[in-house]
Design a binder for this molecule. Structure first.
Ligand code: PMP
Ligand code: GLN
Length: 378
């Protein structure tokens, strides 16, 4: 078979969740909560389905949800998007990212992607015949080296994909990072694809620096966020993309043939749920508490904690425990010690191994307690 993705196997998330299940390990690998979505959201879903919202939604998404999204980003980031032409509901952030790339990247175009990065970016670019150009993020802070990023820009650079808060490292951009990005793309035709799915998980009182706060960046950005992360509902696969009219018109040309439209009752339910005051503060307090408990417990272990400024992931070095490669260590951790994690080499284009694994702490107090008991014994 003449594969379009010859170096791609099954995603590490599928592999590690399957391993966790196989050996009965506590699953801190794939990023999803082990507690349920809020009851109000589930009730709203039931009500939406029973109210007859069961046929195709409009291609761009249910107007009530698009209105709620536009109102949210205006309130939080001061960004104004036209509900009719600049907001599109997608089947997860994964589809939004894929669609943005499919719509905009021509064969031979270069796309700057940071390394490590969420694993869907590079294959999505490669499927369009684009060329991924990697910019290194270095431990322990994993901040971009902006001079190095600037040096990667060529006349062929079509897009730069950014992600703050960052999966897998939990690093969070400052306003200076956003300004530096604006400087890199100024005077070019580069489109910014900003994956902000962890926008509500930025800790210690720091604010999320969305590209939407920067009027010049906003003009050339497609911003993506996901209700999966924001509402403890990763299985619903409902997310959205925001972009200025001309970019969004291109996005929708592809969107209509990739998925056409997204699960209708979920959209109505999410629009209803978004009226709930105080949800984002509640979400943040919940995850800040989990992060603090997880870090405090691991601080007394032989794992070396890397910073976690945002997301629901905590990366650690395990060099004091083992000199194995990260895949071997993660597998043995699951099989022998009953805790599954993600080897961070899976987020590097060349599978580079820095001896780092990633835990997801979006888990109940009971799950975290049991996992920490095992991890602190190592
Ligand atoms: N981007 C990042 C950085 C993620 O961590 C995830 C979650 N897996 C996604 C995109 C995909 O989100 P969704 O489940 O909404 O497709
Ligand atoms: N975003 C989640 C993670 O990073 C899961 C994504 C997936 O399963 N594809 O773990």
């Amino acid at each position: 078979l003449n594969s379009r993705l010859p170096t791609v196997g099954t995603t590490i998330f599928t592999v590690m969740s399957a391993l966790a299940q196989e050996c009965g390990a506590i699953n801190l690998s794939q990023g999803f909560p082990d507690f349920d979505a809020p009851a109000e959201l589930l009730d709203a879903l039931d009500a939406a389905a029973r109210a007859g919202h069961n046929q195709y939604a409009p291609m761009a998404g249910m107007p009530v949800l698009r209105e709620a999204i536009a109102a949210k980003v205006e309130a939080l980031y001061g960004a104004q998007y036209d509900v009719a032409s600049e907001v599109t509901v997608t089947a997860g952030a994964t589809q939004a990212i894929f669609t943005a790339i499919a719509a905009l990247v021509h064969p031979g175009d270069e796309v700057i992607v940071f390394a490590p990065a969420y694993d869907s970016y590079a294959p999505s670019v490669e499927l369009q015949g684009g060329r991924v150009v990697h910019a290194e993020l270095l431990a322990p802070t994993y901040r971009p080296d902006w001079a190095a990023v600037k040096a990667l820009v060529t006349p062929r650079t079509r897009m730069v994909i950014v992600n703050s808060p960052h999966n897998p490292t939990g690093s969070v951009w400052t306003a200076d990072d956003v300004a530096a990005l604006a400087d890199v793309v100024q005077g070019t035709g580069i489109v910014v694809l900003s994956d902000e799915v962890y926008e509500h998980m930025v800790y210690d009182g720091v604010r999320h620096e969305s590209v939407m706060r920067h009027p010049e960046l906003l003009q050339r950005s497609i911003v993506v966020s996901s209700f999966g992360k924001t509402c403890h509902a990763t299985g619903w696969k409902v997310a959205y993309a925001l972009a200025p009219r001309e970019l969004m018109a291109e996005f929708r040309k592809a969107h209509q043939f990739i998925v056409f439209t997204v699960h209708t009752p979920s959209q109505v339910a999410l629009a209803e749920f978004m009226k709930k005051p105080g949800w984002y503060a509640q979400l943040l307090a919940l995850y800040q508490g989990k992060r603090d408990i997880f870090r405090q417990a691991l601080a007394g272990s032989r794992f070396e904690l890397l910073p976690c400024e945002g997301t629901y992931f905590q990366c650690v070095k395990y060099g004091a425990i083992s000199d194995e490669g990260d895949r071997a260590f993660a597998e043995r951790l699951a099989r022998e010690h009953g805790v599954a994690a993600i080897p961070v080499s899976a987020f590097y284009p060349d599978g580079r191994d820095h001896g780092v694994i990633r835990f997801c702490f979006a888990k109940s107090a009971d799950t975290l307690g049991r996992a920490l008991e095992r991890l602190t014994k190592l």
